[in-house]
Write a protein that binds this ligand. Structure first.
Ligand code: NAD
Length: 452
């Protein structure tokens, strides 16, 4: 099939490469010339395991190409995916300007029947707006072209995006057109050999499904963080509680981890957007309001622990805190809404220096931190280290922020020698408290007793 993907970010590039890999002819478009320039030169603008080889293989086979030209993209395709960003607007609602701009660009150019597929996460009713935007452009130029708008929300996870896309838990197709549904079924057949993963529904339900999933997952995280904070006061260990809870099949073991609060490019904005949609319909979602509030507070829990350990925030001035991990989760360089940014903000405000190391997100983190704090402050307060060991050299304490694999089994003896105040704060509960304490280190996790 001939497919164009509008928006070549995490979702667009992964989807495009995976569709190409099963034999489709795919053109990925973006308005970002730098991104398309890199891809044309054989470089991948994001970090996603396996993506480099996948893109190279399919580009070389002539099945995957890149362009900044809507003329080329619209001419190429029978199916056009919208995978542009839908960032939060100032009031929390999803900003649809990129989606609608893309829809208009399509409407200005189509000359033959096409199926337009909304893959971006968009509020209920957006497919109607996309349809109206395309039809408006057709009317303006007096053209009559048949088209359908389908909702096909994406559920891939950064860091495991290719695996998620090629072996999906589910493929949600929201469609009111039999022809478009048939085409989508055919397109997804290679990823759905037994047709058991595809769920077909009306467009609005498909749009809501995506938000409901992310809101549920975010709520699970906030729930566990609240239980963890209570466990700490009660002398219980959230890790034991988590294991006991996860064995109940009605609960399941996934997504029960207490930590520093959720971040990333999806949960925060999608929860906000659903809250906003509910408000607009005079049906406030109180549970989601609480989910957000708990999350905001949780992002500062580690800073509070560090401050308490050193006798208060006012005693932190001049200290150096080492951070392991900066990205919002492992295996990605995505820094959007990363909890590390909140922690660094609080540490800087308390006069602390930060020595940070991340296996892949260092460059992106430095860019984001420079934009937020300015070059002068960053020059004096921030050191991006080249290795994990380098980050702890000369630091007072270590905060484990992102559970990258290479942090899982560190040399605790080395940490005890390097850290002036011999303290480890484990924001993801990846260490066995006793093992850390045995090395002569102070240990504090989330939702468990501190050890010394
Ligand atoms: P991204 O920011 O990585 O990529 C979006 C791309 O769209 C950018 O490269 C941008 O330049 C481009 N763009 C913006 N306006 C454009 C236009 N008018 N024409 C062409 N290109 C345009 O975003 P992402 O993380 O890939 O997310 C895309 C959508 O998918 C969002 O709605 C997001 O919520 C959803 N989603 C993301 C994930 C994820 O893990 N990242 C997972 C599921 C769903």
């Amino acid at each position: 099939m001939k497919i164009s993907i509008i928006g070549t970010g995490y979702v667009g590039l992964v989807s495009g490469a995976c569709f190409a890999d099963v034999g489709n002819s795919v053109l990925c478009l973006d308005v970002d010339e730098r991104k398309i320039g890199m891809l044309k030169a054989g470089r991948i603008p994001i970090h996603e395991p396996g993506l480099d080889a996948l893109v190279t293989r399919n580009t070389q086979a002539g099945r995957l190409s890149f362009s900044t030209s809507y003329d080329v993209a619209v001419e190429h395709a029978d199916i056009i995916f919208l995978a542009v960003g839908t960032p939060p607007d100032e009031d929390g609602s999803a900003d649809l300007s990129h989606i609608l701009a893309a829809a208009r660009s399509i409407g200005q150019r189509i000359t033959r029947p096409v199926v337009v597929v909304d893959k971006s996460t968009v509020p209920v009713g957006t497919a109607d707006k996309v349809r109206a935007a395309i039809q408006g452009e057709l009317d303006r130029r007096g053209a009559q072209v048949e088209f359908a708008v389908v909702s096909n929300p994406e559920f891939l996870k950064e860091g495991a995006a290719i695996e998620d896309f090629t072996r999906p838990d589910r493929i949600v197709i929201g469609s009111d057109s039999a022809h478009a549904t048939q085409l989508m079924r055919q397109l997804y057949t290679p990823f759905n050999r037994n047709h058991e993963k595809l769920v077909q529904m009306d467009v609005r339900s498909a749009e809501l499904t995506k938000y409901a999933c992310n809101a549920m997952l975010a709520t699970r995280i906030s729930f566990m963080n609240e239980v963890a904070n209570l466990a700490e006061l009660l002398g219980a260990d959230i890790e034991a509680v988590r294991l006991g809870m996860g064995m109940d099949p009605r609960i399941g073991p996934h997504f029960l981890y207490a930590g520093m609060g959720y971040g990333g490019s999806c949960f925060p904005k999608d929860v906000k957007a659903l809250v906003k949609t509910a408000q607009e319909h005079a049906r406030p979602m109180r549970l989601l309001d609480a989910t957000e509030q708990v999350n905001e507070a949780q992002k500062n829990v580690l800073f509070e622990k560090v401050a308490r350990h050193f006798g208060g925030a006012d005693k932190l001035r001049g200290r150096t805190i080492a951070l392991w991990g900066l990205s919002f989760k492992p295996n990605t360089d995505d820094m959007r809404e990363a909890p590390s940014l909140v922690l660094i903000r609080s540490l800087f405000a308390a006069g602390c220096k930060v020595a940070a190391y991340d296996p892949v997100a260092s460059e992106e983190a430095a860019r984001v931190l420079l934009a937020e704090h300015g070059p002068e402050r960053c020059a004096g307060m921030l050191r991006i280290a080249a290795t994990a060991a380098d980050a702890v050299r000369g630091a007072d304490a270590l905060v484990l922020v992102t559970e990258w694999k290479e942090f899982k089994s560190p040399d605790f003896g080395m940490l005890a020698r390097e850290l002036a105040e011999k303290a480890v704060f484990d924001g993801r509960n990846i260490y066995a408290p006793e093992a850390v304490a045995e090395a002569g280190l102070y240990y504090e996790g989330i939702g468990r007793r501190a050890r010394a």
